[in-house]
Ligand binder design. Structure first.
Ligand SMILES: Cc1cc2nc3c(=O)[nH]c(=O)nc-3n(C[C@H](O)[C@H](O)[C@H](O)COP(=O)(O)OP(=O)(O)OC[C@H]3O[C@@H](n4cnc5c(N)ncnc54)[C@H](O)[C@@H]3O)c2cc1C
Length: 147
């Protein structure tokens, strides 16, 4: 019986985990689940060219054809709210649960806001997903102060 691996988190680590499974010869089902709506993308340019406005869309980690070509089911825009380890399934904010035989957690990290002062009063802000960088680039949020 073939097994199903679910990779939770469609950032760099998650995409590479899915790719590595195929490269190593795993022939079961591979599902990559991420909450962001975009094709998994590179984060480093967000604080460089994208923020400066010289790049107008996030750079994908892998082309769209990679996922179909490697038989990796890519499920973007899916927020996981809980892991039911007994039943081996992910509980989604919207939609039916996703079952797994093996689960890889590739959830990354989020910036912690500064507690001693509000972001607005200091001009400091965090830079995380591309949607945040888009807001900076559009001037909707105060520009981050890097030094
Ligand atoms: C703006 C910026 C600039 C950077 N520049 C550099 C650089 O110049 N050089 C360098 O070496 N590194 C840089 N980094 C760091 C590097 O990009 C990270 O180390 C890398 O992105 C980590 O990858 P990851 O897959 O572990 O985590 P992440 O990229 O954080 O991916 C985790 C994914 O999991 C998803 N997720 C989390 N929880 C859930 C959930 N409950 N349900 C569904 N999905 C979920 C998140 O939405 C996210 O897409 C930068 C990071 C940022 C944010």
């Amino acid at each position: 019986m073939t097994s199903r691996v679910v990779v939770l988190g469609a950032g760099h680590a998650g995409v590479e985990a899915a790719a590595s499974l195929r490269k190593a010869g795993f022939d079961g089902a591979v599902t990559l689940v991420g909450e962001e709506d975009a094709l998994p993308y590179q984060r480093p340019p967000l604080s460089k060219d994208y923020l400066a406005g010289t790049q107008d869309s996030p750079l994908p980690l892998r082309g769209e054809g990679f996922y179909a070509g490697q038989d990796v089911e890519l499920r973007t825009g899916e927020r996981v709210t809980a892991i039911d380890r007994t039943a081996r399934r992910l509980i989604l904010r919207d939609g039916p649960p996703i079952g797994y035989d093996h689960l890889i957690l590739a959830l990354g990290a989020r910036p912690r806001p500064c507690r001693s002062s509000t972001q607005a009063s200091t001009g400091c802000a965090t830079c995380g997903p591309y949607t945040t960088a888009t807001n900076y680039a559009a001037g909707w949020l105060p520009a981050p102060r890097w030094s």
